[in-house]
Ligand binder design. Structure first.
Ligand code: NAG
Length: 303
């Protein structure tokens, strides 16, 4: 039975390989885009406050101020995948009012402002088959981070909120003391500290340039692969598909989540130290999710 299947596969593959295009140079739009969070040039920040006009969730994850106060449009060059539509970059900020209170229960240990794709309830088109989450990020030099703290700027939180499918972290992990050059680093982590490698990739969070990522999740076979570039260079694959638990499905968070500092063992959601008036931000661009079930990830806006 197996050999029949592979014979069929081989025939199919040889037909594919006769096509001139290489499998990894798909232009944006050739794969179905299951969520487009890129911001058109005339978009006003008030549009983030309403479900009718925002591609993102209008209510979560936010403190006491609406998105129109939390998001700023910085004057920087377009990120890799914003180039085709002259899309707007957006800076997601936190300040002293960025205290999320789910069910009226304030998370005083955290400062949070995180965008979630509108259609992403936790088990939906963005967590089906094989999907690839694209985003670019850069420092906001007018609202610098405090690298003594841990930040979780981008991650997929499992549907039951108990863990992550993958996670980006910047800064000093809670409970540790790191020199600045280690802390000022973007790190990609897998789903778990116990199954296979935990830290999958790191690169210095250099200022004044875009850091572009595409993280591919195979929701059926529990795999991850990742792509990266800086500036306007095409993405390059960092590692081929490896095992990673994606069974919890989940929601894509993109923005600012700042942990407190303090002794190990405290409840970080409620306790620990946060400065009184933080004014910090991270700038994003080129956010979209593509269905890459067909086998190719978009590495640049067009070929
Ligand atoms: C950065 O965070 C550390 C640890 O919480 C704190 O002691 C320090 O005052 C902060 N620095 C600034 C500039 O806020």
């Amino acid at each position: 039975m197996k050999s029949i299947v592979s014979a069929i596969l081989l025939t199919a593959l040889s037909r594919v390989s006769a096509a001139p295009a290489s499998k990894t140079t798909t232009a944006i739009g050739e794969n179905p885009i299951v969520f487009d969070g890129r911001i058109p040039p005339l978009f006003r920040s008030e549009k983030f406050d309403s479900y009718d006009t925002s591609p993102y969730n209008a209510e979560y994850v936010l403190g006491q101020e609406p998105w129109s106060k939390v998001i700023h449009f910085p004057n920087v060059e377009d990120s890799l995948f914003d180039v085709p539509l002259n899309g707007k970059s957006l800076t997601v900020t936190i300040n002293g009012k960025s205290i999320f209170a789910p069910g009226g229960n304030p998370q005083t240990g955290f400062r949070r402002s995180e965008l979630l794709p509108g259609p992403n309830s936790g088990n939906d088109i963005t967590t089906n088959g094989v999907t690839t989450h694209h985003f670019s990020l850069r420092t906001d030099n007018t609202r610098p981070l405090n690298y003594s703290h841990e930040y979780q700027p981008v991650f997929i939180e499992t549907q039951d909120y108990s863990s992550h499918v993958w996670q980006i972290k910047i800064g000093t992990p809670f409970g540790e003391e790191w020199p600045l050059e280690d802390a000022k680093t973007i790190r990609l982590y897998s789903s778990s500290t116990s199954n296979g490698p935990y830290e999958l990739f790191r690169t210095p969070f250099t200022t004044d340039e875009w850091h572009n990522f595409a993280i591919e999740t195979d929701w059926v076979n529990n795999k991850i692969s990742a792509y990266y570039s800086s500036g306007l260079s095409p993405l390059e694959q960092l590692f081929p598909r490896i095992n990673n638990d994606a069974s919890g499905k989940g929601q894509f968070h993109i923005g600012m989540l700042k942990l407190p500092t303090g002794p190990v063992g405290i409840d970080v959601t409620k306790e620990g130290y946060q400065s009184k008036r933080p004014n910090e931000g991270i700038t994003y661009g080129g956010i979209f999710i593509e269905d890459t079930s067909a086998g190719s990830v978009t590495l640049q806006p067009s070929v």
